[in-house]
Design a binder for this molecule. Sequence first.
Ligand code: SAM
Length: 275
Amino acid sequence: MPGHPGPTRNAPLVRHMGHDGSMAHDAFAALLDEGARADVTGWDFTWLDGRATEERPPWGYARLLGERLGRASASLDLQTGGGEVLAEAARFPPTAVATESWPPNVAHATRLLHPRGVAVVATPDDPPLPFGDAAFDLVTSRHPATVHWREIARVLRLGGTYLAQHVGPASGFELIEFLLGPQPEARRRRDPEAEADAARSAGLEVIDVRTARLRIELLDVAAAVYLLRKLVWWVPGFTVEEYRARLHDLHKQIEADGAFVAHSTRHLIEARRPA
Ligand SMILES: C[S@@+](CC[C@H](N)C(=O)[O-])C[C@H]1O[C@@H](n2cnc3c(N)ncnc32)[C@H](O)[C@@H]1O
């Protein structure tokens, strides 16, 4: 979950059970409704404050990104989403661009980043990147949906750096598998060592790979609905209607245990185009 869930506090839930169970059912229906109505555009997760928490990786990606941007001369942020993470940087190099493929996020990122002098380029995630060879000394990305190492190597200058935080293997799979059942093949994807090998095959030198497994707590079923609507690749085609029965099971489990616990996985990866 690439979000910023805030500090833990009790979610404002109606937890009373009527004699016939109807109040409990109303609470469930109300939570489903809240999750289904929430605005999921952009890449800000503050809606989850009080409904979910997620540990953050220890390396502090936004801080590292800000430091690198302060030293770069031409930067490219791939799959910038709503631009929120990039916009946290204090300074940008004289040439700073970001790519984004999903139209609502393109509009959001443009509003946020153009006043800061960062050009947002609407382009598909698949190659080619719409930039010349050796155009950048810094390429960054947080949680890209896809990574095209040869394109990254192509647009980097000699000695230039790729710094990114990627989603790791089986991230959020406790929730995904709660709805879909076991996903053994998908669990093996996004292996950090396999990614490092792919980077090397594209001619990059891998400088650093750090991994983290981070606790997520969902405090109500609306948080699950929100995440499943926002992270559309978690359960493709997710709708509240189709998964209503399983969401009810999840709701009962959260009521019994106080939270549904899942884990995200992340890796920091830094690679350089040899000079
Ligand atoms: C996981 S997002 C990360 C965005 C940003 N770098 C960040 O960390 O906040 C990566 C990509 O997922 C895609 N994406 C996000 N929401 C989407 C949606 N609802 N439908 C299709 N693609 C989406 C966008 O192309 C986005 O650039």
